[in-house]
Design a binder for this molecule. Structure first.
Ligand code: UDP
Ligand code: MG
Length: 318
């Protein structure tokens, strides 16, 4: 029988978990003829009682495995730890707050079983219940990143997707430090079926993403999957060099034809100098962004450190 591993990243989810587990088991019961479900919870250094809840889940049911990090490493690291340690033939990432409906699983499994696809991904078709400004910036972000990056990133795509082993192995092989899963999923390719669904609100607890956290995450996504900002910086340099050459020629010819010296115009000079200075700093900043990513990358630090787990085979550091 097929084994499905559900990776569930949890950060301060003690309130949502008691709703999550019964719902997953209900769906597992529905599909018990076809597949066996195993849960791999990743406690991402929670500060509440998440770990206690997970321990008691594991005691009640041997389908529950958990990994607990030594501190908060972020959802990306939690997903990576899940992928590294998932043993199922099919693997899915699922949020602990029931915003990724487990009830879609049977349909997803059927689609994979048909053999035509390597993964079934989900996409929210509405953003109901989300702050307007957040939706607005999210749309702009997806528009922008798809124009400037070679990874195909779908608007409204969630990290919730069911994948074949081959695809999971490819993700694990992408060992980069700066992880942006939506980009990684798109970059590795494979055949993906997109399953649309209506946005569901979180069952309990609060979102872990503030607007600024999301904003920084989207900048990471751009820097990780596109070199376009670097070329923009170079093109700005070329443009200003050309402009200054034209200006030199203009002043030179004017001097030859009309003579005299001009002393006024210092205000416009100051404006031009500070404008160009600003652009230079901005371009340096762009280069700095890429350099800092490179710095983190060459240090080759582990993505996560496990403090406690009930899975003897888990890699403690990975
Ligand atoms: N999460 C995590 N580490 C973090 C932040 C979030 O593992 O540092 C988990 C969180 O527990 C949840 C999932 O990532 O299962 C999605 O988080 P959340 O629901 O807060 O995000 P939203 O759905 O609002 O985008
Ligand atoms: Mg959520």
């Amino acid at each position: 029988m097929k084994k499905i591993t559900l990776i569930v990243p949890c950060y301060n989810e003690e309130q949502a978990l008691p709703f999550f587990l019964p719902e997953v088991f209900r769906v597992a019961e529905e599909m018990k003829e076809k597949a066996e479900i195993e849960l791999l919870f990743v406690d991402d250094g929670s500060k509440d009682k998440t770990l206690e809840v997970l321990r008691s889940f594991a005691e009640q049911d041997k389908r529950v495995k958990y990994i607990s990090f030594s501190r908060n490493f972020g959802k990306e690291a939690a997903m990576y730890a899940g992928f590294c340690n998932a043993k199922g033939d099919y693997v899915a990432v699922m949020d602990a707050d029931l915003q990724d409906p487990p009830s879609l699983l049977p349909q997803m499994v059927e689609l994979l079983d048909s053999g035509e696809y390597d993964s079934v991904a989900t996409r929210r078709v509405t953003r109901a219940g989300e702050p307007k400004i957040r939706s607005f910036f999210a749309r702009r972000f997806y528009g922008l990143i798809n124009r400037i990056s070679d990874a195909d990133i779908v608007d409204g795509a969630r990290d919730y997707r069911l994948m074949r082993r081959e695809m999971v192995d490819a993700i694990v092989a992408m060992g980069e430090q700066n992880r942006f899963s939506k980009g990684i999923f798109g970059w590795i390719g494979f055949k993906t079926y997109w399953l649309p669904f209506e946005n569901v609100e979180r069952v309990a607890g609060e979102t872990k993403w503030s607007f600024w956290k999301l904003f920084r995450y989207s900048l990471d996504g751009i820097v990780n999957f596109s070199q376009t900002p670097l070329s923009i910086a170079s093109w700005i340099g070329v443009l200003f060099t050309a402009l200054s050459l034209i200006a030199v020629a203009f002043i030179f010819i004017r001097k030859l034809c009309f003579g005299g010296s001009s002393v006024d115009g210092w205000a416009s000079l100051v404006c031009i100098i500070s404008f160009i200075g600003g652009i230079q700093l901005a371009c340096l900043g762009i280069i700095g962004q890429y350099l800092s990513k490179t710095y983190l990358e060459v240090k080759k630090r582990p993505h996560y450190i496990i403090r406690e787990t009930n899975d003897e085979d888990a890699d403690r550091v990975g």
